[in-house]
Design a protein around this ligand. Structure first.
Ligand SMILES: Cc1cc2nc3c(=O)[nH]c(=O)nc-3n(C[C@H](O)[C@H](O)[C@H](O)COP(=O)(O)O)c2cc1C
Length: 315
């Protein structure tokens, strides 16, 4: 469907989904995703798409995240920039993509909708998306409010949908890829694992912190606002949870948890500069390979599991 060699997607990542990472993923034969809202304006997004094209001639996608924000976002202009640039794959997330579907379809764009529940996946299918990426409770970023882990969510989605599904949340190695295929997905989507690669535009200290961390090092913020986010467990995310328990308002909490502060984490390498997304698979990450090494390792490991370990169970 996307013209890529391997069944692996690098999901949209605020501040991280830039040309360096996306082109490396594309060149490794997987599907990389630029993150539209990482660029300050739609014009900057068009330039970032051009920059990515200078680094790869392979297909790549753009992530279009529609979430509640304190500052209004010119979504329609960002969407126009994507379509006018000629990108043919878009990952939508955060909200129902219905209002953008006619434009995307008219431009011949394939749409992957990322969501966290079977009911939202069914609704996206009705709205004409080509594929659904289903994010389990383990995932970095927004796991939704149902708390259903991938082991249940992926086969439930596979049972209910006619379009292909991609398993997301908690995947970091070939064991995960083989498991996702067994559960009925056509491939995997990864965020956290791609942060700890040589090409990711993330400070080396943060990559090292990811390598050191365990699966217990994430925390859920904004539960009380029904806008849950899985973040690295640091001084700031703990403070946010504390303020929520005290009943503080979003106006009071917002400045502490702002995305701009999160950006400083990746740029300056101070893990306590703000909140930053991380999934539970952080406990499965033990090194900082190149993207090409990571993708080929995952594919080879999954191949080995399917050909050797799983075949032993077949009669
Ligand atoms: C640093 C970071 C930033 C993210 N930002 C976004 C985003 O802006 N939009 C989005 O749809 N998903 C975002 N995600 C979620 C990923 O695209 C992906 O769905 C998720 O990371 C999968 O879970 P995993 O981290 O266990 O692989 C982000 C994830 C990370 C790690």
């Amino acid at each position: 469907m996307f013209g890529v060699e391997h069944p692996i997607i690098q999901g949209g990542m605020q501040w991280v989904g830039r040309a360096e990472l996306v082109s490396a993923v594309a060149n490794a034969g997987a599907l990389g995703c630029l993150t539209a809202l990482t660029q300050p304006t739609p014009e900057d997004l068009a330039k970032e798409i051009d920059r990515t094209r200078e680094m790869t001639d392979k297909p790549f996608a753009v992530n279009f995240t529609i979430l509640p924000t304190l500052k209004p976002v010119p979504y329609a202009e960002y969407m126009d920039a994507i379509i006018e640039s000629g990108v043919k794959i878009v990952e939508t997330a955060g909200n129902n993509p219905k209002e953008h579907m006619p434009k995307l379809k008219a431009a011949g764009v394939k749409v992957i909708h990322k969501c966290t529940s079977v009911r939202h996946a069914i609704s996206a299918q009705k709205n004409g998306v080509d594929c659904v990426s289903i994010d389990g409770f383990e995932c970095a970023g927004h796991p939704g409010e149902d708390d259903t882990p991938g082991l249940i969510l992926i086969p439930r989605a596979a049972d209910q949908l006619d379009i292909p599904i991609v398993a997301s949340g908690g995947f970091a190695d070939g064991r995960g890829l083989a498991a996702a295929l067994a559960l009925g997905a056509e491939g995997i989507n990864m965020g956290t694992r791609f942060m700890a690669t040589k090409e990711a535009p993330v400070h080396d200290k943060i990559k090292q912190r990811i390598v050191e961390a365990s699966e217990l090092d994430t925390t859920l913020i904004f539960r009380t606002l029904r806008n849950t986010s899985r973040m690295f467990n640091n001084a700031v995310s703990r403070k946010v949870v504390e303020m929520e328990a005290e009943g503080k308002s979003i106006q009071e909490i917002g400045p502490i948890a702002s995305g701009q502060k999160g950006r400083l984490v990746y740029e300056q390498g101070d893990e306590d500069a703000g909140v930053w997304s991380a999934g539970m698979c952080i406990g499965l990450i033990h090194d900082v390979p190149t993207v090409a090494e990571l993708v080929s390792r995952i594919v080879a490991e999954a191949d080995g599991i399917i050909e050797e370990r799983l075949k032993r169970f077949a009669s």
